[in-house]
Design a protein around this ligand. Structure first.
Ligand SMILES: Cc1ncc(COP(=O)(O)O)c(C=O)c1O
Length: 170
């Protein structure tokens, strides 16, 4: 975008790569609308599934070299869907206090017990995990990688080490 006559990258949006205004994508979207209309007309479970959805998911799975992929229409919904699929009533979630609201609400919706740890505090996380892990079936550590309000990063290497340590002792 241009701000006060200067070209800058707008990190207040999620369009860091400028794809929303990319002419190739705009042409592809327009062609898709001409062929399929402006909406899928229903949930995928009922009448809304299109072959295009599967093609996109297959392409993502192939690019990311994963078994499969599932596309959600927003990041918020992806977090709600993923968390509620992974854990339930007999499980425990440790959640960074500064997590995005989609992670917090996904945790609540899952029915798991939720414990918030102080922002990026790995010492507290480790202590609480040691104290509580054995009382639950599964345990999910939930964190943003880049925190959206301050732009700081979670200590991923330390967090993974704690998760592996706990996993190997259960
Ligand atoms: C860290 C984080 N997670 C999830 C979301 C939700 O994504 P979406 O706006 O695509 O629903 C946002 C967006 O605002 C975000 O900043």
């Amino acid at each position: 975008m241009v701000l006060a006559g200067q070209e800058v990258i707008n990190f207040a949006s999620n369009d860091y790569l400028g794809l929303a205004g990319d002419e190739r994508l705009m042409a592809a979207a327009t062609a898709a609308i001409a062929k399929f209309g402006t909406g899928s007309t229903g949930s995928r479970l009922l009448s809304g599934h299109r072959e295009l959805h599967r093609e996109l998911e297959s392409a993502i799975a192939s690019t990311k070299q994963t078994e499969d992929a599932l596309v959600f229409s927003s990041g918020y919904l992806a977090n709600l869907g993923a968390i509620t699929a992974l854990v339930g009533k007999r499980d425990l979630i440790f959640s960074d206090q500064y997590n995005h609201s989609s992670l917090k609400n996904g945790a609540i919706l899952s029915g798991a017990a939720v414990v918030e740890y102080p922002h990026c505090d790995m010492a507290v996380l480790k202590t609480q995990l040691n104290q509580q892990r054995q009382n639950y079936r599964r345990c999910l550590i939930l964190t943003d990688s880049v925190f959206s309000m301050d732009g700081d990063l979670c200590p991923m290497t330390a967090l993974l080490a704690i998760a592996c340590l706990i996993q190997s002792s259960t």
